[in-house]
Ligand binder design. Structure first.
Ligand code: SF4
Length: 336
């Protein structure tokens, strides 16, 4: 077997950050010696060896790995995690995780691998024990209520917030209240700041997103309140799943989040990443978890009322969100 790692050198001469991180991870896990050659793709130089390989294998991301073995088609990986898992995991050494303080990028990457197949009960318990009270669940008012059920059963302290955009369905507000009383927990309602919201609505009205996209409205009603909610935390938990949409197929169980928390970038746990929608609903039914009555009307992914509809037969579950926009743009920016 022969492994080539293609790294990218930027116009300024420095290697791309992701390439540096990938190399550090491989070294930290004792796997670097298994890379037989490193080939550079020089930005702006189509004749550089790495650029030629990128063109040959139709890859537009760096780093990437080419694994050649006798009698087999070359295998190409643009995800370092997948590459390690598929090709090298047998020889990987565990990384020691520091007992306190923020997780380093290497620890995050290693733990993401370790937790990938872990049941959500285990990964949530681990995060709550690791970060104590400085962990919040972002509750959307939909089937991610399963996260709250699991966290409550862990017995560890945690907090919950939801983004009260002011445009949620009445059913969702009723459901939030139901969850609050069912579990006896507080749910912090994060509202948009009054002044920017007021001037936005005065200038553009209440439905501008149908004309010029959802980003501006989501920025005011969701992203800014999210930033405020996360500024008080060291880690957060979301209900993102890989099977939700074409934009989420790569979601890792654990990620380093660029939002600034109490002590810098946060750890972001997506414990349901590997679960299917059916599995989430099996959990909800088996554990008698309360759910949003909109699901009984055919809604699957639930957001703001004007921007959510019941998916048509055969459509993906998030096809009912911002359905008038192109599918690759149907994220509100919370998970960047
Ligand atoms: S989902 Fe729609 S209503 Fe809600 S914040 Fe985004 S654009 Fe505004």
């Amino acid at each position: 077997m022969h492994i080539t790692m293609v790294k990218k050198r930027l116009l300024g001469g420095e290697p791309c950050k992701k390439c540096v991180d990938a190399e550090e991870l491989l070294k930290a896990r004792g796997l670097w010696s298994q890379i037989h050659e490193v080939v550079w793709a020089i930005e702006g130089d189509a004749e550089s060896a790495g650029m030629k390989l990128a063109a040959q294998y139709k890859v537009d991301l760096a780093p990437f790995f080419i694994v050649r073995a006798e009698g087999a088609e070359p295998r190409v990986y643009t995800s370092t995690l997948q590459f390690i898992k598929q090709e090298l995991s047998a020889g990987a050494a565990p990384i020691a995780v520091s007992a306190a303080g923020p997780l380093s990028p290497e620890e995050i990457t290693q733990l993401a691998l370790d937790l990938d197949k872990a049941p959500p009960e285990r990964s949530i318990k681990w995060l709550l024990e690791r970060f104590g009270r400085d962990v919040a669940i972002a509750f959307s008012g939909a089937e991610d209520v399963a996260l709250i059920d699991i966290a409550v059963k862990s017995g560890a302290p945690f907090s919950v917030f939801t983004l009260d955009t002011g445009r949620l369905h009445p059913e969702t507000y009723r459901f939030i209240e139901k969850v609050r009383s069912h579990y006896g927990i507080s749910i912090e309602m994060m509202s948009p700041q009054a002044e920017p919201l007021q001037s936005f609505v005065e200038k553009k009205g209440l439905f501008s997103f149908y004309n010029d996209g959802h980003n501006e409205c989501c920025g005011i009603r969701k992203l800014e309140p999210l930033r405020r909610a996360l500024a008080k935390q060291r880690a957060w938990i979301t209900g993102q799943r890989r099977d939700q949409s074409p934009t989420r197929t790569d979601v890792a169980v654990l990620q380093l989040d660029t939002h600034q928390g109490l002590s810098g970038p946060l750890a972001k746990l997506n414990p349901l990443a590997a679960w299917s929608l059916q599995k989430v609903w099996s959990y909800i039914r088996a554990n008698d978890v309360p759910y949003n009555e909109l699901h009984d009307q055919g809604f699957i992914s639930i957001g703001c009322e004007p921007c959510t509809r019941v998916p048509r037969p055969g459509e993906h579950e998030r096809a009912g969100r911002w359905w008038w926009e192109e599918s690759t743009k149907r994220e509100c920016g919370l998970h960047v």
